[in-house]
Design a protein around this ligand. Structure first.
Ligand SMILES: [Zn+2]
Length: 490
């Protein structure tokens, strides 16, 4: 009896050991309570939504740097710090600007929104076309003319994310830009009923201006002709065909600071330690914008405090048990304004870019069905490393066991999401790159993307998947190869 009992116990212990043979050594360091605390801290209203280029983003970056220091990462930013600063170049409509129709002055951002910036002085008759959808725009002679049209309510794309935010922009792209390319001096859109409801969005799209990287060829260039939006009440001013537009628009151009937060855990293998596995996230969110359900701070809990918290947890695990290769923790600035932090770091890396063996990007990893997740970069044409994807899939099998939804990786998916996060600049440089995500949800880019809406058990399992994947890559005898035939569809 006793012996049998001991034997049974020995089998249980042995079975447990065998089952754990593939486990990385510091799973214990991935704690749901830590993830929850860090998401709550970053998504707190204290940081005002962490908008790129503001002190709020820098405060949050400093908070991350302090976590890096506490955890024990080595700084790999500027001058022995965790921060790599870069400068955004920002264009914004000057308050000196003025707009009048028939000599009646309009209040900018109240009566009229400037959706596309341009330095112009215009005094010209307005050609009124009626509803955009009903006119064959290709037959209209527009060169040198100010063209006005009513918005087309059919452009409300409910099947896409952020349809309210995209409403005005989609019309500008479809009806406005082709006419500007044919030489129109300005485009005026007149709100329909939907546009009236979404006026706050149109204002918030235009008022902050545009961003680029300082020093890039197009950093200071603005368009040659503006796009304006008018309230529906202004239709009466322009529809008789005799109206004139007087517009004096000035564009202010100024530098705007942002920063990447960079730290590392040194590898233990003297040879492999010169190579890096790069964990990637982003610090910025959407800041303070138009109210939705009475709230104005766009907290960015899922997007992207979840991935940042996951990276801090992975950093604790890798400090506790370093891998053979070095591991870089890189939380990018200014992702939401155009992937500027990752574009900057990939062009000015603080380790040789050819020594980065893989990018593991986390983007929104704490929502939706607890059993389902997505790996972008896992199917053609987005897959740039069979070996890296194989390791990530094995890590999922051995750990969290998510059902993987690959539809989001399809080049025909309506969101085109592969192109909307920080792995992209690295993939374009042929660095093996994947993105872990639990995809979009109705709170995406709203103030309701808040810490209490995160599924922390799921976030913990996503973190485990990222840690297991990084551990495999960082200890593999060979670095993952890039597929020679890799070519993105755009
Ligand atoms: Zn994001």
């Amino acid at each position: 009896m006793k012996n049998t009992g001991w034997l049974g116990l020995i089998f249980v212990i042995a079975g447990g050991l065998f089952a754990q043979a593939d486990n990385p050594p510091a799973l214990f360091a991935l704690r749901e309570a830590d993830l929850k605390r860090d998401v709550y801290a970053l998504a707190d209203v204290h940081f005002n939504g962490r908008r790129a280029g503001t002190l709020d983003e820098l405060k949050a970056a400093a908070w991350i740097a302090e976590q890096y220091r506490t955890i024990g990462l080595k700084p790999l930013g500027d001058d022995g710090t965790y921060l790599q600063f870069f400068t955004l170049s920002r264009n914004q409509l000057s308050e000196r600007s003025s707009i009048a129709i028939n000599d009646t002055p309009l209040t900018i951002w109240k009566d009229v929104a400037v959706a596309q910036l341009a330095h112009v002085a215009l005094n010209a008759p307005i050609l009124y076309l009626g509803t955009a959808a009903n006119v064959d725009l290709s037959t209209v002679e527009v060169a040198g003319r100010v063209v006005a049209m009513e918005a087309n309510p059919k452009e409300f794309a409910a099947e896409k994310s952020l349809p309210k935010r995209r409403y005005a922009m989609s019309q500008q792209t479809k009806y406005g830009l082709p006419l500007l390319r044919r030489g129109a001096a300005a485009i005026i859109f007149i709100n329909d009923a939907i546009g009236e409801d979404l006026w706050d969005y149109t204002v918030e799209n235009g008022r902050p201006g545009t961003y680029a990287l300082e020093g890039e060829a197009n950093a200071t260039v603005t368009a040659t002709a503006p796009i304006l939006w008018l309230r529906a009440s202004a239709k009466a001013l322009v529809q008789d065909g005799k109206a004139t537009l007087k517009a004096n628009l000035f564009v202010d151009h100024f530098p705007y600071p942002s920063a990447n937060i960079v730290g590392k855990v040194a590898g233990t293998d003297p040879k492999l330690a010169t190579e890096y596995v790069l964990y990637s996230g982003h610090i910025d969110a959407d800041g303070v914008r138009n109210p939705i359900n009475g709230e104005t701070i766009y907290r960015g809990a899922d997007d992207n405090a979840t991935a940042d918290a996951a990276m801090l947890a992975c950093a604790r695990a890798l400090v506790a048990h370093p891998a053979k290769r070095s591991v870089l923790f890189l939380i990018h600035g200014a992702e939401e304004r155009g992937l500027w932090g990752s574009r900057h770091f990939s062009a000015h890396p603080t380790v040789p870019i050819e020594n980065i063996v893989a990018v593991l990007n986390g983007e929104m990893i704490g929502r939706n069905d607890p059993k389902v997740a997505t790996l972008l970069g896992s199917t053609a044409p987005h897959k740039n490393s069979d070996a890296l994807v194989a390791m990530a899939l094995a890590a999922n099998q051995e750990g969290p066991g998510f059902t993987l939804d690959s539809t989001w990786d399809s080049p025909t998916h309506v969101e085109g999401w592969y192109f909307r996060s920080d792995h992209l600049p690295y993939a374009r440089l042929n660095v093996p790159s994947i993105m872990f995500t639990t995809v979009l949800h109705p709170d995406y880019h709203t103030p309701q993307d808040s810490a209490e809406n995160i599924d922390y058990a799921k976030l913990t399992r996503m973190t485990e998947w990222m840690y297991r994947t990084g551990w495999k890559v960082a200890n593999a005898p060979e670095r993952p190869a890039t597929n020679p035939d890799f070519k993105l569809e755009r």
